[in-house]
Design a protein around this ligand. Structure first.
Ligand code: ATP
Ligand code: MG
Length: 559
């Protein structure tokens, strides 16, 4: 490859470059993202979406969105619409190329009859258990089914009657006739069709009582759509001979090339729809879009920018090596984006009152604060300053050494965007809890220190009169184990749920400008982290902020 590309190259791009050079697919690049609508998409799917749609964009090609919907019992319309929303939100567009494998059920049936007529498929009456027995093992070959040599006419008749609903679930299978002794178990006469009576399919209703298997459906759907590069995860490498066998036997007009890459595993997270389903169904989280979930909808609600997820998928690269990506890589993509783009604001998570004794009682000063320290174009906002303020309880100590650069009795600190104050007196209640700090301010210190005056610390604050009460949700990792689902020492991955993954603060105060915060906007709350106005819970004047990510990586220190 001599051509300079902006994006880092990888082996799939090399394959496409070689194909384009040799004219293999007439220079076309046509990919697809093929989710099964049996759950919400997760961060692993984001990688596949970015890869498939990204390749199409880079090579002036096309990418289809295709629902692989051959398993109606586990699928539904809610999942279909959630998946569409997630792909769109990630920034990709399938234009008019939204497909369902079920669109091809009739064609798949016709192709199956063709296989029967060619002597390449047969109806088998073995029970599920017998079928398993006959299949053999990784070390021993399988045995031919006693039904393998049925006549073509009998097979055609039985298959038609399967479709007509004459047989019970499990009574018969249509199977490919390949090789029961193949070292590749996938080639030992795999099933093509199974019977599913009485199931209502979200797209085809009650039209069918037989459903094609994934391996058969997938390659035929790819071929029908004229896909050139069928990109999938590594576990399908052993299925590729079958993918090619079907397409060769059927002599389809297109023969896409299957290419496998390694799936994304993210530390401290789950990338399996089945396990995410368990978390939802057992109410271990607050739904698919719980901001702690590694689902795309959860991450969106938490405030992760789509561009940061795309950057993450770019940064982790595409290889064939099994790997497990550190959460810090994702976090740093989020931080970099938000540091650049999010407006600043002040929140006091755990308020303690400050009274400025030398400040007039009925005065409000409208101080100006920049929305972003480096980006003038993001403008200014007004923060009202009054005699009574709140600061964070953690920003005050009665006594402290010089390392504590916040407020200490008889010492000074700067209030961000405002004045320098000194703490003169601490008021406590009967239990010894601090209820109020009596301070004085220096009018000569607005915005900057006068010549020769050094005040080390800067803390954030909110006018007691103008601040607005808010609920703040501090999220941490959902799991406290880097590989919750591959730890063999526990029976169940949920053992590794982090009990402190959500801390809800109900008494926090945010500055006045946030009273009208648009749901979904992410702010940098100065000194505290990035927080997103919750898209579900901010309503009727209630303010709820989700912590998107901390300012720095604090996890490493705690553990
Ligand atoms: P799950 O096990 O979570 O259900 P899946 O592979 O069964 O995942 P599909 O809906 O079939 O889910 O996946 C759609 C596409 O996304 C497939 O091409 C699949 O290979 C890809 N994909 C799924 N999980 C990952 C992952 N962790 N990393 C990269 N790609 C993935
Ligand atoms: Mg799947």
């Amino acid at each position: 490859m001599s051509e300079e590309t902006i994006k880092p190259s990888h082996f799939i791009r090399h394959i496409i470059d070689a194909d384009n050079a040799s004219g293999k697919h007439g220079g076309r690049v046509h990919t697809r993202f093929p989710p099964e609508p049996n759950g919400y998409l997760h961060i692993g799917h984001a990688k596949s979406i970015c890869l498939n749609f990204g390749l199409a964009n880079d090579y002036d090609g096309l990418c289809n969105l295709r629902f692989d919907d051959t398993n109606p019992q586990k699928e539904n319309e809610e999942f279909v619409s959630a998946i569409k929303e997630d792909v769109k939100w990630l920034g990709f567009d399938w234009a008019d190329r939204l497909y369902f494998s079920s669109d091809y059920f009739e064609q798949l049936y016709t192709y199956a009859v063709q296989l029967i007529e060619q002597g390449d498929a047969y109806v088998c009456d073995l029970s599920a258990e017998q079928t398993r027995e006959y299949r053999g093992t990784l070390t021993e070959p399988g045995k031919n089914s006693p039904y393998r040599d049925r006549s073509i006419a009998e097979n055609v008749d039985l298959f038609q009657r399967m479709r007509a609903g004459e047989f019970e679930d499990g009574a018969r299978l249509l199977r490919a006739k390949i090789d029961m002794a193949s070292p590749n178990v996938n080639m030992r006469d795999p099933a093509l069709y199974r019977i599913r009576q009485g199931v209502v399919h979200h797209q085809t209703g009650s039209e069918w009582c037989i459903y094609p298997m994934y391996d058969y459906t997938h390659c035929v759907s790819d071929a029908i759509e004229g896909i050139t590069h069928s990109v999938c995860t590594l576990e399908f490498a052993d299925h590729r001979p079958l993918y090619d066998w079907f397409l060769e036997k059927l002599n389809t007009p297109h023969h896409p090339q299957q290419i496998e890459f390694s799936r994304l595993n993210l530390q401290y997270a789950i990338t399996s729809k089945r396990k995410l389903t368990k978390l939802v169904e057992e109410n271990l989280v607050e739904g698919w879009d719980d901001p702690r979930m590694s689902t795309i909808s959860g991450m969106r609600r938490r405030g992760y920018p789509a561009a940061a997820l795309r950057e993450f998928c770019e940064r982790i690269g595409v290889t064939k090596a099994d790997n497990s990506v550190e959460m810090e890589i994702l976090d740093s993509c989020i931080r970099e984006n938000l540091n650049e783009n999010s407006p600043r604001a002040m929140v006091v998570l755990d308020p303690v009152k400050v009274v400025i004794t030398n400040y007039p009682e009925d005065q409000t000063e409208e101080l100006n604060a920049p929305n972003h320290p480096q980006k003038e174009e993001m403008g200014m906002r007004i923060v009202p300053f009054t005699r009574e303020l709140y600061i964070d309880r953690a920003d005050f100590k009665e006594e402290a050494n010089n390392k504590f650069k916040r407020l200490v009795t008889d010492k000074e600190v700067r209030l961000r965007n405002a004045y320098v104050i000194r703490c003169d007196e601490v008021i406590k209640d009967a239990s010894g809890e601090i209820t109020e700090l009596r301070c004085s301010y220096d009018p000569a210190t607005l915005g900057a220190n006068p010549e020769g005056r050094k005040v080390k610390g800067v803390i954030h604050w909110i006018s007691a009169e103008h601040g607005v009460q808010a609920e703040v949700r501090l999220y941490d990792r959902l799991f406290n184990h880097p590989h919750p689902d591959s730890d063999k020492s526990v029976d169940d991955f949920t053992t590794h749920l982090n009990p402190d993954s959500l801390i809800t603060l109900t008494n926090s105060m945010v500055e006045r400008s946030l009273a009208t915060a648009q749901a979904g906007t992410v702010y940098q709350f100065e000194r505290e982290g990035y927080f997103c106005a919750d898209t579900k819970l901010c309503r009727d004047g209630k303010l709820v902020f989700n912590r998107t990510v901390t300012l720095r990586d604090t996890w490493a220190k705690i553990n």
